[in-house]
Design a protein around this ligand. Structure first.
Ligand code: HEM
Length: 423
């Protein structure tokens, strides 16, 4: 079935993700009419959109057949790809981190940070995470009943937790927030490096400059932690060995950069999206207030609802078949997590926010070999935050119109103005 051009264009359009409805409409149509479709948005190489939940799992399960490293793991225009290849001397990636690796390197690199992020290790950190959550809940109380929940609370709490786990000073939080927003929101003039709408080639040049700043910052940190290791993730990465050798600086900086960005912005956006959903659905807020044991499900529902990471790309390593269609070696596939998490075949009333939703087998953390390494940390931070906030929150409403970032890869709430009463 021919995919209407406006739907193909919406799938890559950063603005469509800020508006939500336009991208939802395209994904709904694709799930129903062409669950595995070859689309060709203007200015992009053709690629397959994998929109059904079951097919996303099917691709992620086969990580030898569908690679991460061979082409870009985020959808990029031909202009952006040309610029990246020029800057890197032929590579499709500006960084070499876990998301851009396949085995055997992927497995060897993933093990490095895994130990720090295991549930049993994180349990030791729980009291400290709770203390930080309380600080932010107190801050909310001090605002006197009105704040921008995204900017004043949600963007800052997971950032503080992550900085402590990495072992980075609190004074660097504003810098880290800025670098992260520039990385994930390079298509949003409010948050990108140039502060204006830029062409894809300029955007790539900005991302390359950003990579320079990240390299300077983390090279100093790594040198320090090699000389004086501490009990922090920065030291674990600086002193790690793969196949008996220390990481090359390029890979080490990429690793730091990945954890420093993926490690807070995703959780922040999800918390902001959860608050937005509760503020908009008075009955769900009341239900959660009356049954705090539902917090765990509310957390999962906020992760499904926001699906902060909208997609990842894979590249076929051999000719194969999926959903009865022939995929050729070298073909590019988009795992549409947002669509998987709205799949009517898996979720009852997928466009409703349901604090009690169960089961809730969303794919917002991905699946398979690359499944989110920080999922336990993200869940723990959110669980603790809501446990601390909800008993003190007596009312919650929107106090204006929330907005979202204009980005097609990682995007979420930019501003969530709320009005509330606290005890
Ligand atoms: C609600 C919060 C979060 C969401 C929705 C999220 C989502 C994702 C997704 C979709 C992937 C790709 C999975 C795949 O390819 O199958 C991923 C990978 C990753 N995430 Fe998260 N993430 C979150 C929080 C975190 C946190 C807190 C950290 C770190 C402390 C983190 C670190 C990573 C890393 C290192 C990877 C790469 C894993 C690999 O390629 O092997 N994430 N995340």
């Amino acid at each position: 079935m021919k995919v209407p051009q406006n739907f193909a264009d919406a799938i890559v359009d950063p603005l469509a993700y800020a508006e939500v409805e336009r991208v939802d409409e395209a994904l709904r149509w694709l799930r129903r009419e062409a669950p595995l479709a070859r689309i060709e948005p203007r200015g992009y190489e053709p690629f397959w959109t994998v929109t059904r939940h079951a097919d996303i799992l099917e691709v992620e399960r086969q990580n030898e057949l569908f690679h991460n490293a061979d082409r870009s793991v985020t959808v990029i225009s031909m202009e952006a790809e040309r610029s990246i290849r020029q800057l890197t001397g032929g590579s499709p990636h500006l960084n070499r981190n876990l998301t851009r690796m396949d085995n055997p390197d992927h497995f060897a690199h993933r093990r490095i940070a895994q130990g720090v992020l295991l549930p049993q290790k994180l349990r030791e950190r729980e009291p400290r995470i709770r203390a930080i959550a309380r600080e932010f809940v107190d801050r909310m109380a001090e605002f006197d009943g009105r704040c921008d929940f995204a900017r004043d609370i949600a963007f800052l709490y997971p950032l503080r937790v992550l900085m402590e786990i990495m072992g980075l000073p609190a004074s660097d939080e504003p810098l880290m927030l800025k670098l992260t927003q520039q990385a994930f929101s390079s298509t949003d003039p409010d948050l990108n490096r140039s502060g204006k709408q830029v062409s894809d080639a300029e955007r790539v040049a900005d991302l390359h400059r950003l990579r320079g700043d990240v390299t300077t910052y983390f090279t100093d940190i790594a040198n320090d932690r090699r000389k004086c290791p501490r009990d922090d993730l920065a030291s674990v990465l600086a002193n790690a060995k793969v196949h008996g050798e220390p990481l090359k600086n390029y890979e080490l900086v990429s690793y730091y950069g990945l954890v420093a960005t993926a490690g807070h912005d995703t959780t922040s956006n999800t918390i902001a999206g959860g608050a937005w959903a509760l503020a908009e659905n008075a009955n769900q807020f009341a239900k959660l207030k009356a049954a705090p044991e539902l917090i765990r499900r509310h957390v999962e529902e906020s992760v499904r609802w926001e699906t902060v990471v909208k997609h990842f790309m894979r590249t076929a390593t051999a000719d194969t078949e999926l959903r009865g269609q022939k995929i050729a070696k070298g073909d590019w596939l988009m795992l549409c997590y947002l669509s998987g998490n709205r799949d009517e075949a898996v979720f009852n009333e997928p466009y409703q926010y349901d604090v009690g939703r169960t089961p809730n087998k969303h794919v917002a953390f991905g699946y398979g070999a690359h499944i989110c390494l920080g999922q336990h940390l993200g869940r723990l931070e959110m669980q603790i935050f809501w446990e601390e906030l909800l008993p003190r929150l007596e009312s919650l409403e929107l106090d204006g119109t929330p907005t979202r970032t204009k980005a097609n890869f990682v995007s979420g709430p930019k501003s969530v103005p709320i009005r509330y009463r606290m005890n």
